[in-house]
Design a protein around this ligand. Structure first.
Ligand SMILES: Cc1cc2nc3c(=O)[nH]c(=O)nc-3n(C[C@H](O)[C@H](O)[C@H](O)COP(=O)(O)O)c2cc1C
Length: 399
């Protein structure tokens, strides 16, 4: 069958959304850092009902503990898979292996781990970690090996490595299935080396298509050279959608103003972000660099939200109608992304909105491709910023 699909195009997609524990957002901060149980229950129920596949439980020194929250997600849902963000400095690898295997059994095989080596020295020092970043990645590498051995070795074993040493461990508590997927977050050279050789999933924040394409090729080339299966690719966006492109761009400009004010006032709790200055993690440096070069890329990528937040955390937006944003997501699927994380700035309402209006369009396009071997009309009919004469300022009404 002839096809107009690129060879890189992923054939399946799964959706992720980070879980929020309370209604505080960058748009409308409320002075709480605690868990609002009713809100959290509604949040994860909305993700499950709206057809998301995974939810990320992030980790920071002042945040709720990601493992405990992941366990709650497991009990509050039946299908949604918790992705636990873990910093290797926070616990001995065999203990993390045991926690993950326990979560996997409690959720009948739904656990995923996202390893964060640590992108900021001051944040690492808050919990007693004084290793420089390049060494933190070497530690992550040893950590990954030990997770997998703890899950699979059938007899007791010893280990005498650079960062960890023990004797007579095992056999460890086993996951529900054979193993648990390991994702790596980070964009530095060391992140690519370790992710390319050891990860099952490699994750990105939203970057222009050409850059993501090059980054995917880079990590896959490392996997190929190491004789490892290629990683699944995770890409993260903060979509801003509305009924028309014009309404969406107006909304986006209004959001950037509010979010910028929130960050300037320091009223949203993210200490390592609001500290300002050049971020130490490469992912944020790249986002700021893209933002400095252009506000709009490709069909719908918008960088002002990164610029006004010093790119602390996932911040690049996709702006437009649900159709335009769905088409933009398919653009990333075309270059090989098959795990798409979307979380709005109006967190709970957006999760439901994307579930109703964006996820089905992306899935419909992939179903069409599976049945016919050809593209559907979604991308051609919704050019967004690729349309001749596109002008975001004019659409937003500032010119
Ligand atoms: C999808 C994704 C999720 C992330 N989640 C977290 C998180 O929960 N906590 C955190 O401190 N860093 C998180 N990070 C940030 C990086 O993983 C982190 O800064 C990295 O250790 C160092 O970055 P670098 O290799 O880009 O310099 C995340 C990154 C990505 C791409």
């Amino acid at each position: 069958m002839t096809t107009d699909l690129p060879t890189t195009a992923a054939r399946t997609v799964e959706f992720i959304s980070l879980s929020h524990l309370n209604p505080s957002t960058e748009l409308a901060p409320v002075p709480t850092r605690g868990i609002d149980l009713d809100y959290f229950r509604r949040y994860v129920a909305t993700l499950e009902e709206s057809g998301y596949d995974y939810t990320l439980l992030p980790y920071g020194s002042s945040s709720a503990d990601s493992f405990v929250v992941a366990s709650a997600v497991g009990q509050l849902t039946e299908r949604l898979r918790p992705i636990v963000a873990v910093r290797p400095n926070t616990a001995f690898p065999l203990v993390v292996a045991q926690q993950l295997a326990t979560l996997d059994q409690l959720t009948e095989g739904r656990a995923v781990v996202h390893l964060i080596s640590g992108g900021n020295d001051a944040e690492q020092a808050r919990q007693g970690d004084y290793l420089p970043k390049s060494r933190r990645y070497a530690r992550t590498s040893e950590f990954v090996d030990l997770l997998r051995r703890a899950w699979t070795e059938t007899a007791p074993f010893d280990h005498d490595g650079e960062f960890y040493r023990f004797e007579g461990f095992g056999p460890g508590f086993r996951p529900y299935g054979d193993t648990i997927p390991i994702s790596i977050g980070g964009q530095s050279d060391e992140a690519f080396e370790i992710g390319g050789r050891q990860a099952d999933v490699f994750s990105f924040w939203g970057e222009p298509l050409a850059d993501i394409r090059a980054q995917i090729e880079r990590v896959h080339a490392i996997a190929d050279a190491a004789g490892r299966p290629r990683q699944r690719i995770w890409v993260t966006f903060r979509p801003i959608i509305d009924r028309t492109d014009q309404l969406a761009w107006r909304k986006a400009y209004g959001y950037a103003e509010k979010i910028g004010a929130t960050f300037r006032e320091g009223s949203f709790h993210k200490r390592h972000v609001i500290a300002g200055g050049t971020p130490q993690n490469v992912g944020s440096q790249r986002a700021l660099d893209f933002a400095a070069r252009s506000e709009v890329y490709d069909r719908a990528l918008w960088t002002r939200t990164a610029a006004v937040t010093n790119a602390g955390g996932a911040s690049t937006a996709l702006v437009g109608t649900p159709e335009t944003v769905a088409a933009a997501i398919v653009d990333y699927i075309d270059v090989g992304a098959d795990l798409v994380s979307i979380r709005g700035y109006d967190t709970l309402a957006d999760a439901a909105d994307y579930g109703r209006n964006v996820l089905p369009l992306v899935r419909q396009e992939l179903a069409h491709r599976a049945a016919t071997g050809r593209r559907g009309t979604l991308q051609a009919e919704n050019p967004g910023a690729l349309a001749p004469g596109f002008d975001a300022d004019a659409l937003a009404g500032v010119r």
